[in-house]
Design a binder for this molecule. Structure first.
Ligand code: FES
Length: 248
């Protein structure tokens, strides 16, 4: 018997949530499965962190099933690092946790693909017709003065940057940061430079680098830097012109 966690990357719309709920219900009907949750590794709720909090209380094996194709090796490494970090900070006895192979490596994938291809012949309601797109509407130029760049380069991803990105985006939405104070927008970036400080994010307009950031660090940066304009000194790294490592 096992508990299953369906892990998707990101979703913010109701339609995507309903899709995950449908997958959850289908998975729950499988033999040997006692409980099914779903979560998002990046943006969206429930987050991987909150789902793991719930599953930490189970005595059964937890199987994490990544619902994404393709699965970058760095994605799995980042998920493992985040899990290790949370387990290290939480003294409860955790269940055994396993991560299933990518869907594309499952033997049944061929049948799934065949069913999807066949559906286009047998059930027209399953197939979306692509129509000519409407003319683009105009865009509002954002007035927000603050930008948070979240590095998604290889070392940062392996250090759990995707969960950090998801936590920031969820907090940005929860606290309405776009319209609070000077207004904050956020973006993923490629390597920001100081890889040994992974995971790294940078706050503009000051250009402050933060390193070794976890969810609690994001919360402090939001509360202090984004909302009050005060740099979080013990997480910040200044451009000294010399090589730096993460402080203990
Ligand atoms: S990969 Fe993130 S700073 Fe280089």
């Amino acid at each position: 018997m096992k508990s299953i966690l369906l892990l998707a990357r990101s979703a913010t719309t109701g339609a995507a949530l309903r899709e995950m709920e449908g997958l959850r219900d289908q998975t729950a009907s499988l033999p040997g499965v006692t409980r099914v949750l779903f979560a998002f590794a990046e943006e969206g709720t429930p987050s991987l962190r909150s789902a793991m909090d719930e599953l930490a209380q189970t005595q059964e094996t937890v199987l994490i099933l990544p619902i994404l194709v393709p699965v970058e090796p760095s994605f799995v490494i980042g998920v493992k690092r985040s899990l290790q970090r949370w387990q290290g900070a939480d003294t409860r006895p955790w269940p055994e946790i396993r991560i299933a192979p990518a869907l594309s490596r499952q033997a049944a994938m061929r049948e799934l693909l065949a069913a999807a291809v066949g559906a286009t012949d047998s059930d027209a309601s399953m197939v979306e017709k692509v129509a000519t797109p409407p003319a683009l509407e105009g865009s509002v130029v954002p007035a927000q003065r603050r930008r948070v760049l979240v590095c998604q380069g290889g070392p940062c991803i392996r250090a759990g940057a995707e969960t950090i990105w998801g936590h920031l985006r969820n907090e940005q939405k929860r606290l309405s940061l776009r319209t609070t104070g000077e207004g904050t927008m956020s973006a993923k970036t490629s390597c920001l430079g100081p890889c040994s400080l992974a995971p790294v994010l940078q706050v503009w307009p000051e250009g402050t680098y933060y390193g070794g950031v976890d969810e609690a660090g994001v919360d402090r940066i939001v509360e202090s830097h984004l909302l009050r304009g005060e740099v979080v000194d013990d997480l910040a790294y200044l451009p000294t012109g010399t090589k730096q490592r993460l402080r203990d």
